[in-house]
Design a protein around this ligand. Structure first.
Ligand SMILES: Nc1ncnc2c1ncn2[C@@H]1O[C@H](COP(=O)(O)OP(=O)(O)O)[C@@H](O)[C@H]1O
Ligand SMILES: [Mg+2]
Length: 362
């Protein structure tokens, strides 16, 4: 039967795809993607302090992945929210929950012998949405054009239908013998299939993109989920939607997979570049801090400026690095020397590692 976007797509085929996927063109693109991702992986392996970069890069990924769903924040709102969640905008809170969900997913996957299960997907969406949402039970979910309201796609309906398709997806993800496709190709296939099943009422886009990152870790392609993939998708959003439809309506896996491999190539290079820039900024700031603070220099302070790009005096105090007056004097000197910039918000003074923010955001 011909596909009708107004009817639930209960005929969505199970995986693996029934067409030959690894054509010459895809294999060639795949080789390039693997090489670039390998470079990023190599760089991550040399990092002395990986969590520091991961936190900040994961926050940017969270921001862009949320932006695909029209949850838009500025860097300033977002970093304020990391420090003071009570007054944060709802969009910023949602972005922080995305990052939390990414970490939760990673943690659960590691605890469960590296298995990315349907239960883990449910846990992820619950952290994003802060509710007890589970697999859709009731009909009525449809993807609509945001402007015209026209239905673009109606996902499968019926709890059992959805669960069967998810069980098949779970096997495709975790049983490496089930399909001989390359993991990077599989990542694209998994993302399409997850979005086409659309198991939740909301949060499918974000959960699906978190799965991309976790899958790369599961397959040993990266030590941490730091590939900044959503930055490519947010910039090529209409094509993303169009190609998802292309798989459903024309069985066009080729263009979808090429798109995803391009995303891997571009964002591997981008992420590698960002990490290198952050590392060199850190070296530069170490010299500056030593110069400005002299014998008061503390490596811990430098570290903190990269962990919390919006720093407050009370944090330095709480960490036991210095008393309030001393910390305040250090920061003032650093502001005068242009190393950090000062921002007053309400009664609180923030000391911003502005060059780090610019590097991460560009
Ligand atoms: N035609 C389509 N077929 C399947 N999935 C689609 C299609 N168009 C968009 N999507 C996916 O649906 C996501 C949006 O679903 P939604 O549940 O609203 O996610 P979120 O709550 O994270 O906003 C998009 O990000 C995309 O991944
Ligand atoms: Mg949504």
């Amino acid at each position: 039967m011909a596909f009708n976007r107004n009817n639930p797509n209960n005929d969505l085929p199970l995986l693996p795809p029934g067409v030959k996927i690894e054509t010459q063109e895809i294999l060639k693109h795949l080789a390039t993607a693997s090489r670039h991702l390998g470079e990023l992986n190599g760089l991550c392996a040399t990092l002395r302090d990986p969590t520091l970069l991961i936190n900040t890069i994961a926050l940017q990924e969270s921001k862009d992945s949320s932006e695909i769903e029209n949850i838009v924040t500025t860097q300033d709102e977002l970093y304020h929210a990391t420090m003071e969640s009570a007054n944060a905008t709802s969009a910023a809170k949602e972005v922080l929950r995305y990052r939390e969900a990414l970490y939760r997913g990673l943690d659960v996957m590691k605890k469960r012998k590296n298995i990315l299960s349907v239960n883990t997907m449910v846990e992820i969406v619950q952290v994003i949405k802060q509710n007890n949402a589970g697999i859709r039970k009731t009909p009525g979910t449809a993807l609509k054009n945001a402007i015209t309201g026209e239905i673009i796609y109606t996902p499968p309906e019926g709890k059992q239908v959805i669960e069967d398709k998810l069980a098949n997806l779970e096997r495709f993800i975790n049983d490496n013998e089930f399909s001989a496709l390359d993991p990077l190709v599989k990542m694209a296939v998994i993302h399409y299939q997850f979005e086409a099943i659309h198991p939740f009422i909301d949060g499918n886009g974000r959960t699906g993109r978190i799965l991309n990152g976790l899958y790369l870790v599961q397959q040993g392609l990266l030590p941490q989920p730091i590939l900044y993939l959503s930055s490519y998708i947010v910039k090529n959003k209409s094509l993303y939607y169009q190609l998802l439809r292309g798989v459903t309506e024309k069985n066009n896996w080729h263009d979808w997979i090429m798109y995803n491999l391009t995303a891997v190539i571009e964002t591997s290079q981008l992420t590698t570049g960002k990490i290198r820039q952050v590392l060199s900024l850190k070296e530069k700031m170490e010299v500056e801090l030593k110069d400005v603070l002299g014998s008061s220099y503390k490596h811990e302070l430098l570290q903190l400026m990269f962990e919390l790009p919006y720093l407050k005096i009370e944090i330095i105090e709480k960490k036991g690095m210095a008393h309030r007056q001393t910390a305040s004097a250090w920061l003032k000197k650093l502001v005068n020397a242009g190393v950090v910039s000062e921002q007053k918000k309400g009664k609180t003074l923030y000391f911003i590692n502005h060059r780090l923010i610019t590097t991460l955001a560009s």
